[in-house]
Ligand binder design. Structure first.
Ligand code: PHE
Length: 337
């Protein structure tokens, strides 16, 4: 049985070559399997004499047991190694920087709306709203705009059907509010308006804020006072303004309000067309005919109204020269506000 030393060496050699579970199973089969090396040796022992059988049998059994134990150890070692690798692979690396989500912001028009509303809220005005799809009566007739008035031209007004239009201004809300309540009235009305126009300074949909203050003894000086406070809050105390005579069918007298050009400070530039002034709103004392249309007595009641374009104010405040920028939804533009 000189083969015993050889067997020992082979066992040692095979065991130390094990790197994976697959190796382990192969080696086990090769050594301990039914047709493995040990079986072969045990087979040979049968042919020996009684005494030799006992001695070699014992030695082979000892070696076989030792081999089984070593295989168990190696298996445990491989399993532990695999467990550690799995753990390492699934571990969350909290030192990696996180993904920063893009946070939405208010649209510049929405921001200007809020600013305007806040300023007038602090002066005691509350918010009223009216429909975008409006009756011809409220958009024109009740506001003293007769059927032949040029503002009704098909070029300006989107007609839905006979007698129904997309409102061309927020002034119809004045009429709706006064129809539904008695004086005193102190409201502003923010909202979308529509005109068939599309170029660098016009979009078919834009926004206005309407204002209306009605009571006994409301005077033109109240209009001037309120609008002066508004413009100083909106554009800064140092901003000068002027009231320029104008005409609207639903106010008498009427005035447009200009502010000193915020771009050139009055020097004259492209934005103010070298006048040094920028028109920012229309206003006036409510025309007695409008009061009669809503059932108020113009002998008792007076008031003023004004209307301003929100995009125009945003453009002047932020120095934007193309009104269409507000509606391209380009995040590079929008994220600046
Ligand atoms: N509705 C007018 C416009 O759209 C603005 C305005 C409102 C003028 C109220 C006077 C009074 O141009």
């Amino acid at each position: 049985m000189d083969g015993l030393e050889e067997l020992k060496a082979t066992v040692e050699n095979r065991l130390s070559s094990i790197k994976t579970m697959e190796d382990l199973n192969n080696v086990r089969a090769y050594l301990l399997g039914r047709k493995g090396l040990f079986s072969e040796f045990i087979e040979r022992i049968r042919l020996l004499g009684k005494e030799e059988k006992r001695v070699y049998g014992q030695q082979i059994n000892t070696l076989k047991e030792a081999t089984e134990n070593r295989l168990k150890e190696i298996k445990a070692g491989l399993e532990e190694k695999r467990r550690q690798e799995e753990e390492k692979a699934s571990r969350i690396d909290i030192t990696l920087p996180g993904k920063i989500p893009i946070i939405g912001k208010k649209h510049p028009i929405t921001k200007i709306f809020s600013e305007i509303i806040d300023i007038f809220a602090s002066l005691g005005f509350s918010v009223a709203e009216g429909p975008d799809i409006e009756l011809d009566y409220y958009n024109f007739e009740a506001l003293n705009i007769p059927p032949h008035h040029p503002a009704r031209d098909m070029q300006d007004t989107f007609y839905i059907k006979d007698g129904v239009v997309l409102r061309t201004h927020t002034s119809p809300v004045q009429v709706r509010v006064m129809e539904s309540q008695l004086p005193p009235v102190r409201i502003i009305s923010p909202g979308a308006v529509y005109r068939c126009d599309n170029d660098i300074s016009h979009t078919p949909m834009f926004h206005q804020v309407e204002g209306l203050m009605v009571d006994r003894h409301i005077r033109f000086s109240d209009l001037k006072g309120i609008l002066t406070i508004f413009i100083h809050e909106m554009f800064g105390d140092e901003t000068s303004l002027r009231f320029r005579p104008s005409y609207f069918p639903f106010t008498e007298p009427s005035a447009e309000v200009d502010i000193r050009c915020v771009i050139c400070r009055g020097e004259g530039c492209r934005v103010c067309k070298d006048t040094g002034w920028l028109e920012i709103l229309g206003s006036g004392m409510v025309n007695p005919q409008v009061f009669r249309n809503v059932g108020y007595d113009p002998e008792e009641i007076t008031g003023f109204a004004f209307g301003m374009g929100v995009e125009r104010i945003a453009m002047l405040k932020y120095g934007i020269d193309d009104i269409r920028q507000f509606y391209y939804n380009d995040l590079r533009f929008l994220s600046q506000f």
